[in-house]
Design a binder for this molecule. Structure first.
Ligand code: TXA
Ligand code: MG
Length: 306
């Protein structure tokens, strides 16, 4: 795919949506304050919620971060490029608009080839998920068009592979802490670091370490709730997402414990539920066996409680 038009747009201070392996991002130059202001404005994002800086080369972390610990190098070696964001101490020159005034900066190297090709040409990009604040993250170009209009510049890279946002790990405190669960699990991170990793992503905590934790996310207009034990699946206005069933239909989707597939589809199902006029999305509980189970639980719980 020819990216020239999108590269030019970013170089002239515009915003372009692009695919990553997790969700689509709304990318703009990480060193251009006016361009970053546009991102906050079009997303309707609260200004105290910082952005992730996306890079294409490991050496670029030196442009943004200070005192990079050994833990960071180990995680980078194991998981970059890929769906892992590291929170590190920031260099003084990193723009306040990026970090929302925090003394830390979040960095990630996505693995999607279109994302990497783009960033190689433009330099580091800040990229929040390419949805309006409050709606589910986009996993297809069509979702970005739905939120920002048909003329919005979107690099179409098909449906994203993972479907949930990256794992965010804070390496600036005494213990590494997961601020947002993703497809790279706590167990995988503990194995690489050979140390205890905290989980700090409960959205009811008063002073969250990650500002994004206090905002509502991932929520369709339809009510999301868990399936009760004795519930029958007879409501034609409900979309059922279950692990096993003797019937499959337009509103009964069966995953057979394939949580990877369920994660990939979740936000699209949320959006489709609204388009199709379902009034609820009813989800059967699942065993937390696969690495992505925690992230899936986290996103569903947020959609239920907000
Ligand atoms: O998979 C992803 O990470 C996607 C794709 C596009 O890369 N991006 C994404 O960005 O999910 P966004 O802006 O929707 O979520 C970023 C999260 C927010 O919860 C934010 O609060 C947190 O990262 N964050 C950013 N900088 C931080 C920092 N310095 N300290 C703590 N949390 C930070
Ligand atoms: Mg987001």
């Amino acid at each position: 795919m020819n990216l020239d038009r999108y590269i030019d747009l970013i170089k002239s201070g515009e915003v372009v949506a692009f695919p990553t392996e997790t969700v689509y991002g709304l990318g703009t130059d990480a060193w251009n304050p006016d361009a970053i202001a546009k991102v906050f404005k079009i997303k309707g994002r609260p200004s105290d919620n910082p952005l992730i800086v996306h890079i294409s080369d490991e050496a670029q972390i030196e442009d943004f971060a200070l005192d990079i610990p050994d833990h960071a190098h180990r995680l980078i070696k194991a998981f970059w490029p890929g769906p892992l964001t590291l929170v590190l101490h920031k260099k003084p020159e990193v723009l306040d608009a990026v970090t929302a005034g925090l003394n830390t900066v979040a960095l990630r190297m996505p693995e999607h080839p279109l994302a990497l090709s783009l960033i190689k040409e433009t330099g580091a990009l800040v990229a929040p998920s390419a949805n309006k604040s409050g709606s589910p993250s986009p996993t297809k170009a069509a979702h970005v068009f739905a939120d920002f209009g048909d003329d919005f510049p979107v690099i179409d890279g098909e449906a994203t592979r993972i479907g949930l946002e990256s794992t965010v790990v804070d390496l600036t405190e005494s213990f590494p802490a997961i601020l947002r669960p993703g497809s790279i699990s706590r167990k995988q991170i503990e194995e690489v670091l050979d140390t205890f990793v905290e989980e700090s992503f409960f959205h009811h905590i008063e002073k969250p370490r990650s500002p994004g934790q206090k905002y509502s996310h991932y929520k369709p207009k339809a009510e999301v709730r868990w399936l009760s034990d004795d519930e029958t699946m007879h409501n034609s206005k409900a979309l059922y997402l279950v692990q096993s069933s003797s019937v499959e239909s337009k509103n009964i989707i069966v995953y057979h414990n394939d949580l990877t597939l369920m994660a990939r589809e979740l936000y699209d199902r949320f959006r489709e539920a609204d388009i199709e006029g379902f009034t609820s999305v009813v989800i059967e509980r699942f065993e937390r066996k696969s690495p992505i189970a925690e992230a899936l639980m986290n996103r569903i719980s947020k959609a239920i409680s907000n």
